[in-house]
Design a protein around this ligand. Structure first.
Ligand code: ATP
Ligand code: MG
Length: 444
């Protein structure tokens, strides 16, 4: 890995990062470290985002103070991590500022050893700021903001790549992607999020090593996918993952199902999937939050539809859907590392979709659905699908109205659902105790 003996230092007068844009608690942490005689830098994604005028997700701090020294400086801190210890400084509202001692070179196997041994196994040595920068993933993620003089320090060429709009691996991409194949996913994610191009050199390296993504620890891959689904750019990211052959490695069944079916094609499960992602993204960008269970269910959706379709029934009965759902969701969960509880919920909300397509009638099955813990998530998915497919919107409104009535007074089911044609016959009122029990369940 080429080392830059002299970093580029861009003084405050030559970059746009103002302290006003930095989280006040992160500033407190930086100043306290500095006043205690340590180096204190903002590091990673926050410096990148501040330079781009974007609002950072989190503010991470790098320092030459050792974990025990950080712990001693901040009463509101705790040390986490076994292999490499970091400090979490806790602030009001659950905010966490992560402070890490500069890390040295990871102990990878020698390049002369077989490729299989390149995965980083041990990662726990302290180092200089330069070493810390060099072990980061992409040049735009390797910049530091120095609280001592408000300058930006660049050991890796990140400033030039920020200007050029490029995602470029720090060091040799063949080596860096093999060390940690999750970086391939990250390259795609940053490329779509920032509208930056992946350098041709890195693009080619990803093509060469994409199969190694299957070797990464499943929970890390799952975390990255969850982050992609939350980011408001899931559609372009999944399209690029497919283009680069990464989707095929990650979720082969999904890739096969989507093969050749692009957004904009009419009909087919593939089309539905891209439309669902498009709606999910648009809603997220408007600031709406979704439970992760909704977005993971969207990933399973095309597989389930295909499996039910293959069974050859125009209108599938619940038992068939349930069987196919179990098969599809279980094989999907094996590839990713979905916790059992989440998998169970994914199945529950997918299974609820067929039921939501029916008019909410005044009967026990409606109540059971309404008071299911995952009803709000199931209805969110139903709404996303209704918007994506342009169907069932009225049905969604009926269920949504019912949900509001129930949440307003806990007794929404004391009377029949809002008028909805023939089925809205007046029913006998339930007697008091039953109603109250429903209300109690609703409010906890
Ligand atoms: P985000 O805005 O999504 O939080 P980020 O760049 O801050 O983006 P994080 O996952 O929060 O990404 O990681 C923080 C920093 O840690 C990155 O900017 C990068 O410098 C470094 N980093 C994260 N993952 C890796 C990795 N797999 N290999 C090397 N460095 C990494
Ligand atoms: Mg971050």
């Amino acid at each position: 890995m080429a080392e830059t003996a002299h970093p580029i230092i861009r003084p405050r007068s030559e970059h746009p990062v103002s302290r006003d844009a930095i989280d006040p608690d992160a500033l407190k942490v930086l100043y306290r470290l500095k006043h205690s005689g340590y180096r204190a830098y903002l590091v990673g994604g926050s410096v990148r985002d501040l330079l781009l005028g974007r609002r950072p997700k989190d503010f991470d701090v790098g320092t030459d103070a050792r974990p025990e020294e950080i712990r001693a400086l901040f009463r509101n801190s705790r040390l986490i991590g076994r292999r490499f210890r970091l400090a979490h400084i806790l602030f009001r509202g659950g905010k966490v500022i992560e402070v890490a001692t500069f890390r040295g070179r990871p102990e990878t196997a020698e390049p002369s050893e077989p490729a299989d041994d390149l995965l980083v196994v041990s990662d726990n040595t302290y180092g200089t700021p330069e070493e810390d920068a060099l072990r980061r993933d992409f040049t735009v993620n390797g910049l530091f903001y120095n609280i001592a003089d408000f300058s930006v320090i660049d050991f890796v060429g990140g400033l030039a790549d920020l200007d050029a709009g490029l995602i470029r691996t720090i060091g040799d991409p063949d080596l860096r992607f093999r060390e940690d194949p999750v970086r391939m996913l990250r390259a795609v994610e940053f490329s779509t999020r920032l509208s930056f191009a992946i350098t041709p050199r890195d693009y080619a390296a990803i093509q060469r090593h994409r199969r190694e993504l299957a070797k990464s620890a499943a929970p890390r891959v799952t975390d990255e996918i969850a982050a992609i689904l939350r980011g408001g750019q899931a559609l372009p990211t999944f399209l690029l993952l497919r283009e680069m052959g990464l989707l095929e490695v990650l979720l082969p069944e999904l890739a096969a199902e989507l093969s050749g079916i692009d957004p904009g094609h009419s009909g087919g499960a593939g089309h539905a999937f891209w439309s669902l992602l498009e709606v999910l993204d648009a809603e997220r960008r408007r600031g709406r939050q979704f439970d992760d269970v909704v977005s993971f269910a969207i990933l399973v959706w095309p597989l389930l539809r295909a499996a039910v379709r293959r069974a050859g029934r125009p209108s599938p009965e619940p038992a068939l859907v349930l069987t196919r759902l179990n098969e599809t969701a279980d094989s999907f969960a094996l590839r990713l590392a979905l916790p059992n509880a989440l998998l169970h919920r994914v199945k529950a909300i997918l299974f609820a979709q067929e039921k939501l397509r029916a008019r909410p009638e005044w009967k026990a099955s409606t109540r059971r659905l309404l008071f299911q813990a995952d009803f709000p998530a199931a209805l969110d998915l139903f709404e996303v699908a209704a918007m994506a497919l342009g169907r069932d919107l009225n049905r969604f409104r009926e269920w949504d109205a019912l949900r509001h009535r129930v949440s307003q007074d806990g007794s929404g089911l004391a009377s029949p659902p809002a008028p909805s044609g023939a089925s809205a016959k007046p029913r006998r009122r339930r007697r008091g105790p039953r109603r109250r029990r429903i209300g109690v369940r609703r409010t906890n």
